[in-house]
Design a protein around this ligand. Structure first.
Ligand SMILES: Nc1ncnc2c1ncn2[C@@H]1O[C@H](COP(=O)(O)OP(=O)(O)OP(=O)(O)O)[C@@H](O)[C@H]1O
Length: 285
């Protein structure tokens, strides 16, 4: 751990204590295992035969040229893919050993366990910052105000937004900057206590300072969650992720494949396949 990470982990004086006090008692991160997954839109096969082991408490980055199926793949991990017209899969996706596509599994429950943050921040426009964070919780059971207050503070801290909004929690979520809105959406995702967090290009619409804050938040998140991120930003993948999957289409018209999957250091310093090397060194894509 370098000094920057150590400082960040330790937090400001007093802050560490609050984080620990308000943290949920259980460790929630779970592994996901993907076996021979193919995904379709109607008759069109977008990805084929993807197998991947997504480790708990790690950040897994998905990279590759446009159209090779990264977004399609990440959406299969919480059954969002089937919401698209004609969206269906073959293969298996296991969350903590349980097939999320088994017939008796409720997709709504899967999406609570595997939360998703989208490319474009999408806070609920008529709601305050506070209500945005707890929006998903209200659907489950009634909670005391003190309990909600604690969840709001904890998740906003984990999303690296608390200090910027703690004095204006009743203001509209849309009054925030784009980068703050994205961190608000991360807090909203965390509030329902998922086990895995999926992020589809969460920083692509943001300026470098906001991007840095999202990356800082992600470092914190992997302490508690399993994180999967799609990114076009090679430096970002190299900086923040532990494992990297490179998706690629060999011939036009073919479905996308997981071309190479390995520890991020290996993918960026000594990849096993030429196409991976060409991509990470910026020779194409
Ligand atoms: N809703 C949809 N209906 C039909 N085809 C789709 C749909 N969404 C994506 N596709 C197709 O599936 C393939 C994979 O698209 P996908 O968005 O997963 O790729 P990607 O790697 O995430 O691309 P990008 O980096 O540009 O976001 C593409 O050929 C795309 O046109």
């Amino acid at each position: 751990m370098d000094k920057r990470q150590a400082d960040r982990r330790q937090g400001a004086p007093g802050e560490r204590e609050v984080q620990t006090r308000t943290a949920p008692a259980v460790e929630r991160a779970q592994e996901m295992v993907v076996e021979n997954l193919s995904a379709y839109y109607g008759n069109f096969k977008a990805i084929t035969d993807v197998s991947m082991h997504i480790r708990p408490n790690k950040i897994t980055a998905l990279i590759g040229p446009s159209g090779c199926g990264k977004s399609t793949f990440i959406r299969t991990l919480n059954r969002m893919h089937e919401v698209a017209p004609g969206g269906r899969i073959e293969g298996r996706v296991l969350l903590d050993g349980e097939d999320i596509y088994a017939r008796d599994v409720d997709p709504v429950r899967v999406r609570r366990r595997v939360g998703m943050v989208f490319q474009k921040p999408n806070p609920f426009p008529t709601m305050s910052i506070y209500d945005n964070v707890v929006a998903g919780l209200k659907l489950t059971r009634r909670r005391k105000k003190s309990e909600l207050d604690e969840i709001v503070e904890r998740t906003l801290r984990q999303a690296a937004l608390w200090d910027e909004v703690k004095n204006k929690l009743s203001e509209s979520g849309t009054s925030l900057s784009g980068g703050q809105q994205q961190r608000l959406c991360i807090a909203r995702t965390l509030a329902v206590e998922p086990e895995v967090i999926l992020m589809d290009e969460p920083a692509s619409a943001l300026d470098p300072i906001s991007t840095q804050k999202i990356e800082d938040a992600m470092e914190e998140l992997k302490e508690r969650y399993t994180v999967v991120i799609v990114t076009h930003n090679m430096q970002q993948a190299a900086r923040i992720s532990d494992y990297t999957g490179f998706f690629y289409i060999e011939n036009m018209g073919d479905p996308g494949r997981l071309w190479e999957f390995d520890e991020t250091d290996k993918i960026f310093s000594n990849p096993g396949r030429k196409e991976t090397e060409d991509y990470v060194t910026g020779r194409f894509g």
